[in-house]
Structure formats: structure tokens, C-alpha cells
Design a protein around this ligand. Structure first.
Ligand SMILES: Cc1ncc(COP(=O)(O)O)c(C=O)c1O
Length: 386
């Protein structure tokens, strides 16, 4: 191809390059490292779920579904939210099925953020938030979570709110810090937003991975938040099928109506047989109800092994991530440490600095424990030699 003949475009996202997740996964593969970097399971889903997909395909459920999602799946999602969090969403007007949480978040941002509007994100945060806001022409307003504990700092959030704040984006259980917001913190957020016109995007993709008997406090359960919130979740995380890219958005009818206008011309619809399969699988709540115990056991296995290393584990309350402080090992910056760990020790990790715009350094690395026990043991053996 003669590149000279291709017209040049001005990038909509000039800051964006290859993500750290791609870089670390490629490096892990190149050097044969155990990949605890990117957040996805290395084990398969329940075969019953696969059977449901095959059955749906064989039944001829292969054409476009309704734009908002297959009705039976929307119904199941509404039922689940009511059973777990006590709020009834109307399956017809308030639940939309999306192509994963990533599309849900972009669509929510595009449907409400106008050029010049401000959107508050709490750093460290998932890497799609800021580019999504920039695509909408919005201003990213970054507020740090408290260094060390990663708890929300309401004084700083209050200071960041302005008449131009259109949206606040929060995430609990949190990637990368593995903290979980308390009911009191959600309440404080509700009080802070009460006098404002700001909407909320509550990213709850790890809603079923909360440990030690802690509750997941969904924005849908908090009066004052639910009325202004897009509540986002992901089947990929819950059912060990991150590659299927199916998610949900629950939001009041007026917000859902605007969301759907953008969704309609963005993806229009989401994979039909997979939606039917998920609806059938959801008839039994056990897989999502038991997910916390499943991952808590893995967290504990991993944590136990980490005690015999020079890495200092931080407390994981939720999600499938474990942060480790490596100050006792060396003083490399986080990105260099993770590259070194991958090459020299054979375990891939993600630098927490990658979740901050300015690359804030705390000597922390993120490891993912959504892996087979054998994979975790192999990684631990290597880490214990540090
Ligand atoms: C906090 C957070 N939000 C959203 C997503 C994206 O979810 P999905 O794969 O359903 O698009 C992820 C995936 O890692 C995540 O960690």
C-alpha cells in the first residue's frame, strides 16, 4: 500500500496509543510468562451455558433481536436487580442489553455529555472512561481516590463539582484497587449530588465479586442515586465469558430513552442466540450468587502464597484483582517493574500508574487471580523466588 495516497486525518484521540494491557499480554506471550496481567479467566465457562447457545442457534434464533435486547433477558435482568437490590426497573423501558460494559459506558457518555460539559472521574480508573468523555467533546475532571486506601475523598469530589458537571463516573467493586464502596459512602455521594443536575454512571461490572460477607451497594438501591444513574453491568465478568461482550444498562425511563437513541445507531442490537442463552442460564441464580465464594477461595489461595514473597498484598474486598506493593523488592517505576517482573521472574502484571493520567507512582502492581489454581500456584512459585 502506498501510504502517500492515504489522506491524513486529525486524530480524535491523539493521546491514545497501544494500551498497557496489550503490551503486557504480548510481552507475557513472548517470554512465556504466567499472565496475571489482563483481567480475564484462563478457565472456561459452565458447559451448560454453551449448550444453551447451541440450542438457541439450532432453534433458529439467529436474526436481529429487538433493538433494546431480547425481552426475556431484559425481564430476567429486571427481576435480578429487584431481588438483589430492591428496586424494580421496567424491563421494557428501563433495561437495555449492550455489547459489553464498554459499549454501555461509551453510549451512556455520548447520550448525555455535550461539548464543554464536565465529567468527574475518580482516579485510578478504567482506561476507557477518559477517551469516551473526550469523544463526546467533554472535559475530563480527575479526582484522585485517597492514595494508600483508595477510598473516595468527598471533600475533593465536592470541590470538583461545578454547574457544568454533567456526569460523575464511579466504579465499585473497583478496578484496579479492589476496594468496595460502603453504604455510607454511596449515601454521601447521594447527598453530594442531591442539589445538582449531575447524572451518575455506576460501573458495577464486578457486582457479584464481593468478599468477606460485605454487601455490594448498587446505585440502583440508593434513593437519590438510582433516579440519576446509568447502572452498568457485564455478563462477561459474571459468567466467565469476557469474550462474549454482553452487558446491561439499567436507568430511569427518560435516561434509557436517550441512551437507546445512541445505542440504536451505534450497535443497534446485540448477538441474538447469546442473549437467549443468557436468559435461560439466568433462570437459576446459583451461578451469580455463588460467584463470590468461588473467587474468595481463589483470592485466599493467592493471598496465602503471597505471604511467602517480598510483595506486600493490599486488601482485596472485591473484583478479581490483587494489588501488591513491591517497595521491598526494588525501586523501579511501576511500568518498568512490571516489564522486569514479566521478563525476569516470569509473571506478567499491570502497573497501577497506567490507570492515572499523569502516571502517579506508588510502587503498586495489579495481579489478576481469575485463574486456575494451578496457574496461581505456578505464579506464586516464581514470585516466591523474588
Ligand atoms: C471497571 C471495568 N468496567 C468495564 C469493563 C468492561 O467490561 P466488558 O468486557 O463487559 O466490556 C471492565 C473490564 O475489564 C472493567 O474492569
Amino acid at each position: 500500500m502506498n501510504a502517500m495516497l492515504t489522506p491524513r486525518i486529525e486524530s480524535r484521540l491523539p493521546q491514545v496509543g497501544t494500551t498497557i494491557f496489550t503490551v503486557m499480554s504480548a510481552l507475557a506471550q513472548e517470554v512465556g510468562a504466567v499472565n496475571l496481567g489482563q483481567g480475564f479467566p484462563d478457565f472456561d465457562c459452565d458447559p451448560a451455558l454453551l449448550d444453551h447457545v447451541t440450542a438457541a442457534m439450532r432453534e433458529g434464533l439467529n436474526q436481529y433481536p429487538p433493538m433494546t435486547g431480547v425481552p426475556v433477558l431484559r425481564q430476567r435482568v429486571a427481576d435480578k436487580i429487584e431481588a438483589l437490590y430492591g428496586r424494580r426497573y421496567d424491563a421494557n423501558t428501563e433495561i437495555t442489553i449492550t455489547a459489553g460494559a464498554t459499549q454501555a459506558i461509551l453510549t451512556a457518555v455520548l447520550c448525555c455529555v455535550h461539548p464543554g460539559d464536565e465529567v468527574i472521574v475518580l482516579e485510578p480508573c478504567y482506561d476507557s472512561y477518559a477517551p469516551n468523555i473526550e469523544l463526546a467533546g467533554g472535559q475530563v475532571v480527575r479526582v484522585p481516590l485517597t492514595p494508600g486506601t483508595f477510598r473516595p475523598d468527598f471533600t475533593r469530589i465536592a470541590a470538583a463539582l461545578s454547574p457544568r458537571t454533567r456526569l460523575v463516573m464511579v466504579n465499585s467493586p473497583h478496578n484496579p484497587s479492589a476496594t468496595v464502596w460502603t453504604g455510607a459512602e454511596m449515601q454521601q455521594l447521594a447527598e453530594l449530588l442531591a442539589p445538582t443536575q449531575a447524572l451518575l454512571l455506576s460501573d458495577e461490572v464486578y457486582e457479584h465479586m464481593v468478599y468477606d460477607g460485605l454487601p455490594h451497594v448498587s446505585a440502583s438501591s440508593v434513593p437519590g442515586l438510582a433516579e440519576r444513574a446509568f447502572v452498568v453491568s457485564s455478563f462477561g465478568k459474571t459468567y466467565h465469558v469476557t469474550g462474549w461482550k454482553v452487558g446491561t444498562v439499567a436507568a430511569p425511563a427518560s435516561l434509557s430513552a436517550e441512551f437507546r437513541k445512541v445505542h440504536q445507531f451505534n450497535v443497534f442490537t446485540v448477538n441474538t442466540p447469546v442473549q437467549h442463552a443468557l436468559a435461560r442460564y439466568m433462570a437459576d441464580p446459583a451461578p451469580y450468587v455463588e460467584l463470590a465464594a468461588f473467587y474468595q477461595r481463589k483470592r485466599d489461595l493467592f493471598l496465602d502464597g503471597l505471604k511467602a514473597t517480598r510483595l506486600r498484598p493490599l486488601h482485596t474486598q472485591g473484583s478479581y484483582f490483587q494489588l501488591v506493593d513491591y517497595s521491598a523488592v526494588n525501586s523501579l517505576p511501576e511500568a518498568e517493574f512490571c516489564q522486569w517482573l514479566t521478563r525476569e521472574v516470569g509473571v506478567a502484571a499491570i502497573p497501577v500508574s497506567a490507570f492515572y493520567e499523569g502516571g502517579f507512582e506508588q510502587r503498586l502492581a495489579r495481579l489478576c487471580f481469575a485463574k486456575k489454581d494451578d496457574t496461581l500456584r505456578q505464579a506464586l512459585q516464581r514470585l516466591q523466588k523474588l
